[in-house]
Design a protein around this ligand. Structure first.
Ligand SMILES: CC(C)(COP(=O)(O)OP(=O)(O)OC[C@H]1O[C@@H](n2cnc3c(N)ncnc32)[C@H](O)[C@@H]1OP(=O)(O)O)[C@@H](O)C(=O)NCCC(=O)NCCS
Length: 145
């Protein structure tokens, strides 16, 4: 039902709509679009050729950093996020990464549950890391690949 592919330039607008719908402090459009240009790796999940989710990561030497993941609200809890994560983990390993890292808002229980499911472990907390109208601590998590 779901198909994962590398994000194409033409996918950016639809992926950014999902970012706006799901992230309480969305990336700016400039940041989102330039992330694609600066060489971050981006995946999309499609259902019948329609983008329903995306994942952005960067690889620095043997470290893979999960920068962003989101699934359109109406498609959540149907396994799309899991498939994106499975491909992210597989590709990171294939590209030589030994560890994956991410940070998540402490109030984002759903995402923390989601990451636990893939055996990510909590390494540290950065107090008040997220500023602005949605202040929150950041939980830093990692996974041995
Ligand atoms: C986090 C997110 C990407 C998960 O995507 P998803 O497609 O809904 O996740 P899946 O259906 O593949 O679920 C995989 C597992 O995650 C956990 N999970 C997912 N949604 C959950 C929920 N609402 N409550 C509790 N656990 C949940 C479950 O363990 C689930 O496994 P199960 O179905 O066997 O119980 C999605 O909720 C999302 O886009 N959230 C908004 C954006 C966001 O917070 N991104 C993370 C920023 S750090």
């Amino acid at each position: 039902m779901f198909k994962i592919s590398l994000m194409d330039h033409l996918d950016l607008e639809d992926a950014y709509k999902i970012e706006l719908e799901t992230n309480p402090s969305p990336w700016s459009k400039d940041n989102f679009f330039s992330s694609f240009e600066v060489g971050h790796k981006s995946l999309v999940c499609k259902c019948n050729d329609v983008i329903i989710g995306f994942l952005i990561f960067s690889l620095i030497k043997k470290e893979s950093h999960l920068l962003n993941i989101a699934v359109q609200k109406k498609w959540q809890k149907k396994g799309a996020g899991k498939i994106l994560m499975d491909v992210f983990i597989k590709q990171s390993k294939a590209m030589g990464a030994k560890k994956a890292f991410l940070e998540v808002r402490s109030k984002n229980r759903i995402a923390i549950n989601f990451y636990n499911k893939f055996n990510f472990l909590k390494d540290a907390v950065r107090t008040n890391y997220y500023t602005g109208s949605n202040t929150d601590d950041a939980i830093l998590m990692s996974l041995d690949l």
